[in-house]
Design a protein around this ligand. Structure first.
Ligand SMILES: [Zn+2]
Ligand SMILES: [Zn+2]
Length: 375
């Protein structure tokens, strides 16, 4: 059989007058996955010539650098030189919704913790909202309010002025609502704006707010790729036992059953609006520690990246949403080099995604409650 194959390839090569190596190409199994683009995500201060050569040895193709106000334009120019001298590509990463400066300056633009009170179990010393008060998730300022949408666009426009020459793409993190958006306490519950609580800013209607925001950023980023980074919602394992046939779970949603309620519906509509309007890559944030996905018995730990991708496939299929091909998916994973036998990077690579972004910058997803007057 082996001989037969070998002869037939040689014969075919001779017949087609093509080099043998080319004729052998189809012999590669068709299910073989293309190596994803490897990106290491770092803070600007981490970029040195030595670090760049180390990243190259680790088979990274590109470096994504956090673009923010703390770092001057001159430093970005310098680090871009180190990266291009080392033969790697450069991407920029902007944290959008989680912004302490904006939250402190405009508390009324902060994301509300929805009307469920389950988030309070994690903040026992925090007073319950009184009459005329609304609890907010500091320092989250989501683009779902008109005022914040405009402020974030203006900020990005300013930040892009300090982006160094030669950058290839811009990753935009946190374009959904704030964490615990229904009030369940789960950091991944991102679908709602002002869930049954009084608004303190102008809510934008529609499921396509992120799609519209990305379109505006693309105008400002001209010829560069813009990659929105998305987060999956509450999972079935987060359901309380009494809403899950008595099964034990993560407890992340407290007593709330949103994981099989509005979460997947709204997730599907928001994701689909984005995936339809935006033809490029879509990012998926799968940082298991930052998102409190550490309980291995419920699919947490480094393996959670696989579950997050499965959530996407399963939810979109069940709710009639817009799926995208795996190569359009750019997955952000935690750096688990030293701690784990099988790393999150390897698992994401196995899933056949277009890019694996290993986060060595701190991407915080936490919040603290703040009370403000709703009037
Ligand atoms: Zn919820
Ligand atoms: Zn939820």
């Amino acid at each position: 059989m082996l001989l037969f194959c070998k002869v037939s390839v040689v014969t075919l090569a001779a017949f087609l007058r093509v080099p043998l190596v080319a004729a052998q190409l189809p012999a590669v199994p068709s299910q073989a996955k293309v190596t994803p683009l490897g990106i290491v995500l770092v803070e600007p201060e981490a970029v040195t010539p030595a670090a760049v050569s180390q990243w190259k040895q680790e088979r990274f193709n590109a470096v994504a650098v956090v673009l923010d106000e703390r770092t001057a334009e001159a430093r970005y120019r310098e680090l871009a030189r180190h990266i291009s001298d080392g033969g790697l590509d450069l991407y920029c990463w902007i944290e959008v919704a989680r912004n302490p400066r904006l939250a402190a300056a405009h508390p009324r633009w902060m994301a509300a913790l929805g009307s469920h009170e389950d988030w309070q179990r994690n903040f026992k010393n925090f007073p319950k909202p009184g009459v005329g008060e609304v609890a907010k998730a500091f320092p989250w300022v989501p683009i779902g309010y008109r005022e914040a949408f405009d402020a974030h666009l203006a900020r990005i426009e300013q930040l892009l002025k300090r982006a160094p020459p030669g950058w290839r793409g811009l990753l935009l993190n946190d374009l959904q609502a704030g964490p615990s958006s229904c009030g369940c306490g789960n950091l991944q519950c991102r679908w709602a704006i002002d869930y049954r609580v009084p608004p303190t800013a102008t809510k934008l209607d529609g499921y396509d707010v992120a799609a519209r925001f990305v379109a505006e950023v693309r105008k400002r980023a001209v010829d560069k790729t813009v990659i929105p980074v998305w987060t999956t919602e509450c999972e079935e394992a987060d359901l309380p036992a009494d809403k899950h046939q008595g099964k034990p779970g993560t407890g992340l949603c407290g007593t709330v059953g949103c994981a099989i309620g509005t979460c997947p519906e709204a997730f599907t509509r928001q994701w689909s609006a984005l995936a339809s309007a935006h033809g490029g890559p879509l990012g998926l944030l799968t940082l298991h520690t930052a998102l409190q996905r550490t309980q291995k018995e419920f699919g947490g730990g480094p393996g959670w990246v696989t579950n997050a991708i499965a959530y996407l496939d399963k939810t979109l299929a069940a709710k009639g949403g817009k799926a995208i091909s795996a190569d359009r998916l750019w997955v952000v994973v935690e750096d688990t080099r030293n701690a784990q036998a099988v790393t999150a990077r390897e698992l994401a690579t196995k899933a056949g995604v277009g890019s694996v972004i290993v986060a060595r910058a701190k991407i915080d997803q936490s919040f603290e409650p703040r009370m403000i007057s709703a009037k």
